[in-house]
Design a protein around this ligand. Sequence first.
Ligand code: SAM
Ligand code: ZN
Length: 260
Amino acid sequence: MSILICPVCGRDLTRAERSFACDAGHSFDLSKEGYLNLLLPTQRRSRHPGDAPELCRARRAFLSAGHYAPLRSFVAARLSGEVVLDACCGEGYYTSAASERGFRTFGFDIAKDMVRLAARADKRTQYFAAGLHAIPVRTGSVDALMHLFAPPADAELSRVLRPGGTLIRVMPGERHLWELKQALYDTPYLNRETPQPCSLTPVRQERLRYDFELSGAEEILDLFRMTPYSYKTSRAGEEKLRALKRLRVTADFLVLTYCK
Ligand SMILES: C[S@@+](CC[C@H](N)C(=O)[O-])C[C@H]1O[C@@H](n2cnc3c(N)ncnc32)[C@H](O)[C@@H]1O
Ligand SMILES: [Zn+2]
């Protein structure tokens, strides 16, 4: 049985050949890549919600180079149960680590373009476009929930988890990308490590820290474009980074585990 519910009326969605439908007759076609669009027109704040295409491309190039592969394995190793949902899954980089391990995986994001990329590459996961504040997933149906570098939504995330289920959240640690900030700013600051509010019970807080090497301006710029620093210092920052041939950067992640 699917964990998905109808975004219009909340009844269970059942899979047919190329679509999902509820008893009330609301029906949602699977795209040719295999994802569902469960985002209602009224839930979209813009015609193309989510990150800009240039940012998506930069993130994809950066992730596929493997610099965050240690985090991908680290997170997947903390999952348990049967049903895993990746909330704000982006292009499914971490979701697919769970599907490769044999979990029954689901992933959603508000950006349809990201969900399309994810569904094209990972056929074992049911991807869908949806928003974090009205997740079309049955209450208490998820064993493990992934929520990585994503906006807060405490009540909805907790609703979809079953009692005893696990939430894995990842946020940047204080030294994350320190050398990139040193290259950009005269007096860089450490990141503040303030976790999002969470009503679930904290189980563990782990730090994953390592460094990795970027070679060539394009790789360095792809990373820069993924960060908030690029909104604040786009032109000047790009120029400083373009001059660099290589950069060793610290990856510093806080991996927070909660239990419902
Ligand atoms: C920094 S990215 C992280 C993506 C992925 N978890 C990863 O770590 O690769 C944040 C993601 O949140 C998505 N997002 C932002 N607001 C959202 C919302 N209200 N509902 C669902 N997804 C949202 C964006 O489209 C984007 O893909
Ligand atoms: Zn319905």
